[in-house]
Write a protein that binds this ligand. Structure first.
Ligand code: NOJ
Length: 533
């Protein structure tokens, strides 16, 4: 008699997903001279780099037709590749090449809003009543907006349209009008766009502002309490705290339930991962309840300082809530690059690698952002070259996280056609210079290779937090009969941790010293060790 059949865990549970910001990844210019803008053919060319890095999947941020008012998150045609980036055939070739190389592909869908150049919004402005119903137009007079909501990018969330004789809502840029998700056309279109990309063979979608879409009835103004909560919140959570009527409405979960039902009709466990930019774990967890999204980013972790106690206090309840459906993320195209958040320079890079070593050792998926494996820092982009509407509207420009990948050490860094954003300070950080056994790139390759080997071992039971001295946090995991300790020391000195270690599997910096019943972790480092069972 054979034992009970075990279903293999779906691919996304322990995947390493690499975010590609296509305009800044690689400029291949298949049919002409390089134009200084990365493209889909560039991603295809760099598949060997991604394979060698050891990632499992690529998440491609929007590459659709867009006037680029918000880096492509202002979508004018959600089914068409922007001609600057490629075409449908190029996309199909990318899917085929990635799959041929054993990599998956996730695309980014933007359901909360369209571009003002989208045919629906143009028709709405031109007076088509059905089109107008698909957005949040409110009649009134040009002197009084419907409420006091502000845009995430700064300034009012309402713009008066002379042409329409009404206000329209845009939680982001005025060129990104919000859709009305109570309108059946909008709901149907959302499903259809999802179906379109699943039919095109993608392995999943990342859903932009998955905590958005629906707004509270009556569009209630901010209150003194919500304003105070916004002022007290970390900057990235300020808007959502100050505008409770604009985010996280319970009905949005119905949208994700219907998307999940559709995704589940496809073979191969197509992934739905939501950008759920909320500060409360309980709120985030609602989005991954049974029948809803598979994963939701937990941005509370990136908001932590380089502090073992704070990281543990943030990660422990997340592990309880998500288990191996967690989606760990330290950096993306919106955030200040983590090497900079952690203090910048060699120290910031070292600290970033230490935290990444901890996250990579946890159950769940790990999301990386292009360039972090090179130790890139937030680049200084002169205001005259800012592209990001958030910077132009008085907020923090996100361009410094979106500068092109430095592939080579020479002056053009592998971008012979110039580059749409400057590089910033990348001396010594190019992929070519780091293609050796030392450096951040090599450290990422080693870490991801070890993670691949260990994930072949079936996890036995949930991880358990270790009793660790101040400055250190860590967990014990039992994998296929071996005991692994995943450790982080954020102190600026070496710390002795009482643990019975047999050997060190990997260390982000320096070499932990194994003694009798004690392991000494170098300052500001992460490590995986094998524990005596
Ligand atoms: C989140 C995206 O990551 C960000 O880049 C964009 O500006 C907003 N959503 C609006 O789409």
């Amino acid at each position: 008699m054979t034992g009970p059949a075990t279903t293999p865990a779906p691919w996304w549970r322990d995947a390493v997903v690499y975010e590609v910001y296509p305009r800044s990844f690689a400029d291949a210019a298949p049919d002409g001279a390089p134009d200084g803008v990365g493209d889909l053919a560039g991603v295809r060319e760099r598949i060997p780099y991604l394979q060698r890095l050891g990632v499992d999947a690529v998440w491609l941020t929007p590459f659709y037709v867009s006037p680029l008012a918000d880096g492509g998150y202002d979508v004018a045609d959600p089914r068409r590749v922007d001609p600057v980036l490629g075409d449908a055939a190029g996309f199909a070739a990318l899917v085929a090449d990635l799959h041929g190389a054993g990599l998956r592909l996730i695309v980014d869908l933007v359901p909360n809003h369209t571009s003002a150049e989208h045919p629906w919004f143009r028709a709405a402005l031109a007076g088509d009543p059905a089109a107008r119903e698909r957005y949040r137009f409110v009649d009134g007079t040009p002197d009084t907006p419907p409420n006091d909501w502000e845009s995430v990018f700064g300034g009012p969330a309402w713009t008066w349209s002379e042409q329409a004789g009404a206000w329209y809502l845009h939680l982001f840029d005025p060129s990104q009008p919000d859709l009305d998700w109570r309108n059946p056309d909008v709901v149907a279109e959302g499903q259809d766009v999802l179906r379109f990309w699943l039919d095109a063979g993608v392995d999943g979608v990342r859903i932009d502002v998955a905590h958005g879409l629906l707004k509270a009835d009556g569009l209630p103004a901010r209150t003194p309490e919500s304003l105070a909560a916004g002022a007290a919140a970390p900057p990235e959570f300020a808007h959502v705290r100050a505008h409770p009527g604009a985010w996280n409405q319970p009905e949005v979960l119905d949208v994700w339930r219907s998307w999940r039902s559709l995704a589940d009709t496809y073979a191969g466990e197509r992934l739905l991962v939501g950008e759920v930019f909320l500060p409360e774990l309980d709120d985030i967890a609602q989005y991954v309840a049974p029948g809803l999204l598979h994963q939701a980013f937990d941005f509370r972790v990136q908001a932590c300082g380089f502090d073992a106690a704070e990281l543990r206090a943030t990660i422990a309840p997340a592990l309880d809530a998500f288990g191996d459906r967690a989606a760990w993320v330290l950096s993306n195209h919106d955030l200040v690059r983590h090497a900079t958040r952690y203090g910048g320079g060699e120290r910031g890079v070292r600290r970033g690698l230490a935290v990444t070593t901890l996250l990579a050792g946890l159950p769940g998926a790990l999301y990386l952002y292009q360039g972090e494996e090179l130790g890139l820092e937030q680049a200084e982009v002169p205001p005259a070259r800012w592209q990001d509407p958030q910077g132009r509207r008085g907020g923090r420009s996100r361009d410094g996280a979106r500068t092109p990948m430095p592939w080579t050490a020479d002056a053009d860094h592998g971008w012979p056609g110039g580059s749409w954003l400057p590089f910033g300070e990348v001396a010594g950080r190019s992929a070519a210079e780091q293609d050796a056994a030392s450096g951040t790139l090599a450290a990422y390759r080693r870490l991801l290779a070890l993670r691949r080997r260990l994930r072949e071992l079936p996890p036995e039971g949930a991880p358990a937090w270790l009793d660790t001295p101040a400055g250190v946090c860590g967990l014990r995991r039992r994998l296929g009969g071996i005991e692994v300790g995943v450790l982080l020391n954020t102190a600026d000195q070496a710390v002795r941790v009482p643990l019975d270690v047999t050997d060190v599997l990997i260390a982000s910096d320096g070499e932990p010293l194994v003694g009798e019943g004690v392991v000494t972790l170098p300052a500001e480092s992460g490590a995986w060790v094998r524990l005596r069972p």
